[in-house]
Design a protein around this ligand. Structure first.
Ligand code: IMP
Length: 524
């Protein structure tokens, strides 16, 4: 027994007397002269006072000088991470997607357009058939696609002149499968004019008791449709990232720094792009500075995220040339071998801290890019000054990421590859594809890989995964004792939020120990 020196009722007063808070301030933690470069795993945030429910925590943040988001989540411009499907759901769930540029400018612009014209609940690329499609083919399509109800357009293309609708009821009992759908289709399906809201569309479906509502323009061209079976599934997305004026989802996309990227950007802007990321592994270059200046002059309303950078000197150059946001990270990505091959880079926590500290002085929001493997890493990046986090590997392998699932060793997998992997770079060059430009100049004959190609396990839909990250961050903020990301930053800067350095054995202790076996399920 230790004899009490003080009365317990004076504990809070004694704390005041001690002056020095427990743990380290962020400056003390990140002093690289003492500790070298740190990664997210090298430290922890000390808990504060839980004085509110976690549901009170909001995660509003800035992506760029002008764009705010309700969540800090951004998806990487990688061809196994972000195409339109991912970008649509990232925006619906309060973040934003950055569409990759390892494709032709036209393909990339079409993906941006798809995000910008997306309306929740509307099927914007319905599968259509021609009047000559046979009943047998329609039955097969139903089997393969899992749904029935195909609009019939004049030339079987979408968008196209609407002629009718064929549903399973029309073909069910017809034995002659060679008959064309024109003989059985409903010639006057229920239609509504483009511009109606989802609510109005749903009302029409309820009243008419039909399964499909076809949306047409003034010339009777089919432009989208609403399906009764989707009615129940339509979720509300209260955090959705939308333009205040057009109400369209926000969309980002990446370009390189080659002269051809100027033409590419013009197509993206035409498609409605909100924010462009200049995609270079080493952002402090004459190519990037020229591109940045040109974009700011040509498209003054377009927000530009420059990078990547890991030092304040790199950042200073891009800030001085007018960037609206910075992307931080070199060598920390899960598929990345840049540090090994180029000997350039910086441990991610140290990079994030140093660049953010500098850039935040100029009101330039920063994105911590790469190396995020769990919720803990996200809150750590935010506590070091980042406003958003960019994720590749965390979002690869989800339903919304590009690519098909395949099975290996009994696991359902999808490919995830670095944009500097030989695989990705070899796709480059076709039709103006651009992945290599992130890593090399056009004239390079020999490809030197800075990334690898691998696979990741099926993670299910981002519609479950992003809310999991969101709730996790709310709980983490609650433990730290802050109700918003602004409060997190403020309290870190004031030295009220404290940190602890983790030794190698402390990291082991924080992991799972001494179990014979276990299953790590992260969410339901
Ligand atoms: P992750 O979230 O740890 O998987 O890292 C994704 C980030 O890695 C991307 O946003 C890029 O900044 C970076 N990256 C993508 N491809 C490569 C590559 O081939 N080499 C190095 N870094 C890459």
């Amino acid at each position: 027994m230790v004899a009490a020196k003080r009365d317990y009722t004076t504990a809070l007063g004694y704390l005041e007397e001690l002056k020095n808070r427990d743990g380290l301030s962020v400056e003390e933690l990140m002093d690289s002269k003492i500790r070298g470069g740190l990664t997210y795993n090298d430290f922890l945030i000390l808990p504060g006072y839980v004085g509110f429910p976690s549901s009170n925590v909001h995660l509003k943040t800035k992506l760029t000088k002008k764009i705010s988001l309700q969540t800090p989540f951004v998806s990487s411009p990688m061809d196994t991470v972000t195409e339109s499907e991912m970008a649509i759901y990232m925006a619906l769930l309060g973040g934003i997607g950055t569409i990759h540029h390892n494709c032709s400018p036209e393909e990339q612009a079409a993906m941006v357009k798809k995000v910008k014209t997306y309306e929740n609940g509307f099927i914007n690329s319905p599968v259509v058939v021609t009047p000559q499609t046979t009943i047998g083919e329609v039955k097969k399509m139903k089997e393969q696609l899992g749904f029935s109800g195909f609009p019939v357009t004049e030339d079987g293309k979408f968008p196209g002149k609407l002629l009718g609708l064929v549903t399973s009821r029309d073909v069910q009992f017809i034995e002659d499968e060679s008959l064309p759908v024109s003989q059985v289709m409903t010639k006057e399906p229920v239609t509504a004019k483009q511009g109606l809201t989802l609510l109005q569309g749903n009302e029409i479906l309820k009243k008419t008791k039909k399964g499909k509502l076809l949306i047409v323009d003034d010339e009777m061209n089919l432009v989208s449709m609403i399906s009764r079976t989707d009615l129940m599934k339509n979720q509300n997305f209260p955090l959705a990232s939308k333009s205040a004026t057009t109400k369209q989802l926000l969309c980002g996309a990446a370009i390189g720094t080659l002269p051809a990227d100027r033409k590419r950007l013009s197509l993206l802007v035409e498609a409605g792009l909100d924010v462009v990321t200049i995609d270079s592994s080493q952002g402090n270059s004459m190519f990037q500075v020229d591109m940045l200046k040109w974009i700011k002059k040509t498209y003054p309303d377009l927000e530009v995220i420059a990078g990547n950078v890991v030092t304040r000197e790199q950042a200073a150059n891009l800030i001085a040339n007018g960037c609206d946001g910075l992307r931080i990270g070199m060598g920390s990505g899960s598929i990345c071998i840049t540090q090994e091959v180029m000997a350039c880079g910086r441990p991610q926590a140290t990079a994030v801290y140093n660049v953010c500290k500098f850039a935040n002085e100029f009101g330039v929001p920063c994105m911590a890019d790469g190396g995020v493997q769990n919720i803990g890493h996200i809150i750590k990046a935010l506590s070091l000054g980042a406003s958003t986090v960019m994720m590749g590997g965390m979002l690869a392998g989800t339903t919304e990421s590009p690519g098909d699932y395949f099975y290996r060793d009994g696991k359902r997998l999808k490919v995830y590859r670095g944009m500097g992997s030989i695989d990705a770079m070899q796709q480059t060059g076709k039709d103006g594809n651009a992945s290599t430009s992130r890593y090399f100049s056009e004239s390079d004959k020999v490809l030197v890989a800075q990334g690898v190609s691998g696979s990741v396990v099926d993670k299910g839909s981002v519609q479950k995964f992003i809310p999991y990250l969101y709730n996790g961050l709310q709980h983490s903020c609650q433990d730290i004792g802050v109700q918003s990301l602004d409060a997190l930053k403020e309290n870190v800067n004031d030295g009220k939020i404290r940190f602890e350095f983790r030794t190698a054995s402390a990291q082991l202790e924080g992991g799972i120990n001494n179990l014979h076996s276990y299953e790590k399920r992260l969410h339901n």
